[in-house]
Design a protein around this ligand. Structure first.
Ligand code: NAD
Length: 338
């Protein structure tokens, strides 16, 4: 099938070309994001392949449909950037990669926890400058601390397993209980109890209307003073301004984020020679107890391999009329934030 592949970097091409070798789809790579301005590039392509920042909104979908596109293959699990209702009305099939690196994301969350706690990012710079002072590098044992996991699906469960290995107590909140988390000794509680008792809170639920700004002013009022908040899920789970206020008062002791509400303006690009216009993001970078990575939690060899293989498997399934387990169907009662 002829596939227009948007938002491609060198590393994407490497893994996509390798996985395409046995199936021989006709790939054309485009560096820009897909949006209503660039959708015209896909004219004449029955399939379009996109990633997390591509804007698959109704106007973009209309342009794609008019150009003959009938299939959109997401190279990611989250689909908050896709207007499923509009796609369904236009007869465009949407497929995704539901799981590609749950271990990679959970391990990255642990990396943020360890770096923030033991100030490894500060120590790295100090030692390179000949500063071997320990002042302000004091950390705490993870052993017997309480980790509150919000969203205990694939990634949340793995985080629970790893943190259990450190000897942590696990609290959890989810709309569905995962027996695997309970088997670890994790205890499901309501959010106020999780907020009040967790030393570390890590977010692993999807972005939906119900979870938008889950960490907001009211939530921050309930957390333990000095709490560590980790977000490797989606930026808008956190009200960034409220978190900045919490950091300023000291109520939040540490913040580790791999995702940011307005990240599509920033992440995945080298902006080191430019003036960043996002003042909220810039304020975040001034805190010594904030560690930000640019949506790299998924970024492992295994993930890129799995993403590429599953994506072409999905495209081949749809092309050959086979049922595809990774097809997303519009469910009005579960409408997501676009
Ligand atoms: P998953 O579907 O396996 O688990 C999500 C869990 O969230 C489920 O158990 C679900 O019941 C729960 N949930 C749904 N609504 C909830 C609510 N209102 N409150 C609490 N929990 C709720 O997904 P996953 O594979 O574990 O991924 C989790 C999230 O991680 C994804 O939604 C995605 O946004 C993010 N992610 C980030 C990266 C990255 O590179 N940073 C990579 C992959 C996934």
């Amino acid at each position: 099938m002829k596939v227009a592949v948007f938002s491609t970097k060198t590393y994407d091409r490497q893994f996509l070309l390798a996985a395409n070798s046995p199936v021989q789809h006709e790939l054309v790579f485009f560096e820009p994001l897909l949006n209503r301005d660039t959708a015209i590039l896909a004219s004449g392509f029955p399939a379009v392949c996109v990633f997390v920042h591509d804007q698959v909104d109704a106007p973009t979908l209309e342009i794609l449909a008019a150009g003959g596109t009938r299939l959109i293959a997401l190279r990611c699990a989250g689909f908050n950037n896709v207007d499923l209702k509009a796609a369904s009305e236009l007869g465009i099939t949407i497929v995704r990669v539901p799981a590609y690196s749950p271990y990679g994301v959970a391990e990255h969350a642990v990396g943020l926890i360890l770096s923030l706690n033991r100030k490894i990012h500060h120590a790295y710079n100090r030692v390179r400058e000949g500063n071997f002072s320990l002042t302000r590098l004091l950390g705490f044992n993870l052993h017997q601390r309480t980790v509150g996991i919000i969203g205990t699906g694939k990634i949340g469960l793995i985080l629970g397993q790893i943190m259990k290995g450190f000897g942590c107590n696990l609290l959890a909140y989810d709309v569905y209980k995962n027996p695997g988390l309970e088997a670890l000794g994790g205890k499901y509680v309501e959010l106020p109890e999780l907020f009040a008792n967790s030393d570390i809170i890590s977010l692993h639920c999807p972005l939906m209307p119900e979870t938008h700004h889950l960490i907001n002013k009211e939530a921050i009022e309930q957390v333990k003073p000095g709490v560590m908040i980790i977000n490797t899920s989606r930026g808008a789970l956190i009200d960034t301004q409220a978190v900045i206020n919490g950091l300023k008062t000291g109520k939040i002791g540490y913040l580790g984020i791999d995702v940011y509400e307005q990240e599509s303006e920033l992440f995945f690009e080298d902006l080191s020679g430019e003036i960043i216009q996002d003042d909220i993001f810039q304020r975040l970078t001034t805190f010594p107890n904030v560690l930000i990575t640019g949506h790299q939690a998924f970024f492992t060899e295994e993930a890129l391999h799995n993403i590429a293989e599953t994506t072409f498997g999905n495209i081949s399934d749809i092309e050959q009329g086979r049922p595809c387990a990774n097809e997303l169907r519009y469910q009005p009662e579960k409408s997501l934030i676009a």
